[in-house]
Design a protein around this ligand. Sequence first.
Ligand SMILES: Cc1cc2nc3c(=O)[nH]c(=O)nc-3n(C[C@H](O)[C@H](O)[C@H](O)COP(=O)(O)OP(=O)(O)OC[C@H]3O[C@@H](n4cnc5c(N)ncnc54)[C@H](O)[C@@H]3O)c2cc1C
Ligand code: FES
Length: 510
Amino acid sequence: MTNDFKNEPSSYWLDGPQIPEFASLGGSIKTDIVIVGGGIVGITAAYLLRNSGRSVTVLEGGRLLHGTTGYTTAKLSVQHGLIYDELIGTFSEEDARQYYEANRQAMDWAKSVTGELGIDCGFETRPAYLYAESSTGEQKIEKEFEAYEKLGIPGASLTKQTDLPFPIRTALKLEDQYQFHPVYFLAALVKEAQQAGVKFYENSRAKTVHMPSQVELVNGYTVHAQQVLVTSHFPFNDFEGLYFSRMRVERSYAMTLRGNFNEDMGMYINVESPTRSIRTVLDASGERLLQIGGEGHVSGRHEESTRNNYAKLRDFASSYFGTSEVTHNWSSQDLLPLDHLPYIGQMVTGMPHVFVATGFSKWGMSNGIAAAHVLSDLVLGKANPYEDLFSPTRTKLRPKGIGSFIKDNAGVAKELIKGKVTGAEANLDELGLDDGKLVRVEGEKLAAYKDDNGHVTFLKPACTHMGCDVAFNQAERSWDCPCHGSRFSYRGDVLEGPATQPLEQVHPKV
Ligand SMILES: Cc1cc2nc3c(=O)[nH]c(=O)nc-3n(C[C@H](O)[C@H](O)[C@H](O)COP(=O)(O)OP(=O)(O)OC[C@H]3O[C@@H](n4cnc5c(N)ncnc54)[C@H](O)[C@@H]3O)c2cc1C
Ligand code: FES
């Protein structure tokens, strides 16, 4: 395996589209609805609410669409891995059916908006395949197929015929799924919402929500609102620790490559480990690229350099698709609730004006659009058919589900405690160029990054969210928190929440 991914990671989705730019908030303001976070959920909600008769403001901590939505793989599908058998076991057949319907409606909504607005976003209909190479995987796929049949999901079949260049044992094929370019799609929604009067502010990071619904920003200004939508991916304000103890954060890697690919190739994902997610992308130049994703791990926990994950994906493409000509490589993270259903709705009891959408388990294209529909209905006082299903305060696990939920939850608690106490320390002289490690200097544990010129930047390593020690992510040159996924640049700036405060730089005498 070779490792030549020294270049700065760059997302295919962010290379090309013109995303409208906005100033940061320069004073305190009043608005009816404030949406915190400009990813697929926040932007779709802004678009849906643009003609509601309410004033709508979007606060984005960085640049619009530069969160997970800009670093996705953008399959717009209801085939979310082995989800339906799981949901029937944990919840009920009716809940699993509702999950399917919410996502199906969301993806069809995206298709019709693409047509209505004439958005050029590479929207294509493709079959999706869940494939297995092992007998255990084959059994799982057969159970999932039974779940599809119970739920009456149309267009499903078991097959061994695929356009993959390697043999498989079986695949669950689902017709009539979509792939698209999410940034072209959502940039068009931003323009529409802006024209209808929605106000957008970038580089305007929210710090906290004060009762009943005032959002205080890191820069000291306040947005006085009637209602708040927290669409910041990981909620930046967790009043009761509700979300931190119920979600895992996983980082995954993706790349696009040049080569000769079947124009009609489907979208694939395996059921074994390591994950391989495969699709093609029709580039604006007319060239069809291959996209490979996978190599996920809990954020902030990796035994070896994260650059190796790109090399593994590239080597997979080279072995099976005969190409190693990478055009873009990127990584990002998503949130996985322990019971596999997103949290969408009133954030906590007792705060009726604050709503949240999070926990899409790497299927936030359709789930994110569904979430925006649920939230926009709730703030307008309309009933939504899926509000109970996704309610963050749900308590309706079945006995079978409760067992695994408690086990998972205990596992997470253990990991969190471990995260606070681990963090192997190295000697400062072990630090190579362009590398970061936890080191001990003058008796103090510090996070140290040495750049290509040998200059070392030292930070206090305790994450400003809840104090876990951060770990260096070489592929991104960032410090990532293993507890809830906050990320910081090597200078300490917040790249990704829930933390809202930077890591402190220190200047030891070394
Ligand atoms: C590698 C990978 C591949 C994936 N592939 C697929 C796929 O093929 N199909 C699919 O359906 N899903 C996929 N997903 C999942 C999907 O991309 C995500 O679930 C979805 O993009 C999340 O959208 P979001 O709007 O919740 O979050 P984001 O896009 O992260 O948007 C949240 C925004 O909030 C901002 N923000 C954060 N904190 C604050 C604050 N305090 N104040 C103001 N703003 C703030 C952030 O800067 C960000 O812009 C994938 C995920 C990963 C990681
Ligand atoms: S993100 Fe919670 S402690 Fe770091």
